[in-house]
Design a protein around this ligand. Sequence first.
Ligand SMILES: Cc1cc2nc3c(=O)[nH]c(=O)nc-3n(C[C@H](O)[C@H](O)[C@H](O)COP(=O)(O)OP(=O)(O)OC[C@H]3O[C@@H](n4cnc5c(N)ncnc54)[C@H](O)[C@@H]3O)c2cc1C
Length: 437
Amino acid sequence: MTIRMHTDSPSFKQKAGMSEQFDTVIVGGGMVGLSCAKALRDQGASVAVVDRDRYTEAASTGNAGMIVPSHIVPLSAPGVIAKGMKWLMNPESPLYIKPSADPAFMKWLWAFQRHCTQAHVDHGIPVLRDSILASLELLDAWCSQEGFERAGLKHTGLLMLHFGEKARQENLELADIAEKAGLEIERLDRDGTLALEPALKTDISGSVYFRQDARVDPEGLLRAMEAHVRGLGVTIIEGAVRSLQRSGRKVVGIKTADRTIEANHLVLAAGSWTSKLTKGLGTQLLLQPAKGYSVTIPDAESGGVDTGMNMPCLVTDQKISITPMPGGIRFSGTLGLQGYDLSVDERRVKPIRRHAALYCGEEHVSPVPTWAGLRPASPDGLPFVGPLPDMDNVWVASGHGMLGVTLGPITGQLIAEQIAGSAPSLDTVPFRVDRFA
Ligand SMILES: Cc1cc2nc3c(=O)[nH]c(=O)nc-3n(C[C@H](O)[C@H](O)[C@H](O)COP(=O)(O)OP(=O)(O)OC[C@H]3O[C@@H](n4cnc5c(N)ncnc54)[C@H](O)[C@@H]3O)c2cc1C
């Protein structure tokens, strides 16, 4: 497919009152949408991003900010369902599934359980490893540019901590898998762990250190990317996409409350809401919102407390992550399959807050509100990156689940390559949108 270049700038057309027209319009300006905008603009296309409110709604702001080569095992793995069933009985557990007879949800659950196999894990590991490492390389290149300082990228590595025997076994199994996949890891006892992160306060028995992992301030990264793509000439349009006008196998108009935008190509990167948009085009995307929470305690300079932590950590026993960031420290966790409800269930947040209090003191934790965000989860733990079935100019970039910050840059590149019709830098077959059909 070729890209038609517009020689006259979109802003001129807006001023002149003509209909706005771009080579590509992206719906959604979270990490994934902005990554697509950057890659497409770098390729020379005129690009607009339409987003209704990324700094309050997007998952891309309040997440744990971990860039994770350590996460090469897809979420749908053997044993996950049994563990999940046990957790369902506990109101403070990290997993919650709201019973629902919604056919789309049932279909998603069915597909999820079908992928909890060793064969799927064996298929997913190299796919995730290669895409995560390629994405990290792109992120490194972006963050070496002026303006990206606020992204706070730090190549610290990550500690996967364990207290109990079960979590230790789980971590050691993951260490074996990661080592076999060629990742740089170290198995550490308690002293070895404390030598790497002396500010740890919990009574851990050991950890696995993933040397290639990194951390960012996700909101800082998003703001840096927004400024960067604006500087490149990408148009950012504030507004909700209400409908997509279709003519045969093409979308010919993208409608918000007050305008219609025309584009040669449309990229749907609306996170958990992407399936609402594909539904209008006749495709049921197997995508479910998976709610997570975070609590961010400011550092002493901002009225909070300094913990001295440098290393992002994941507590395997409780599935809680701890991420030091510029200006504070973030504690996050839980996965709730309960639709688009963004309300905070304080019972689920309790273990996260308890952990935060251990490091920061209750007096610094209690005034801090809880952030909630929706991970766009696919049933097989792999994203959707490719053309929408039965359409000639619509592309999907969503379904990144727990990995959207990590996989944003490579997703943008793969979308730009596919739209340009050039050979993709990675095999895109595992990310096909029609793989569950
Ligand atoms: C607690 C938690 C911790 C996490 N930790 C990590 C981590 O450490 N590392 C990692 O890699 N990932 C992490 N994730 C996952 C990551 O946050 C997501 O995968 C990623 O943010 C998804 O990005 P996105 O751009 O696809 O979606 P979003 O960030 O949700 O953006 C979608 C955007 O689309 C817009 N939109 C939707 N519908 C419309 C419409 N009709 N019109 C206009 N705009 C629309 C929304 O306003 C939103 O701004 C975490 C998630 C959670 C919840």
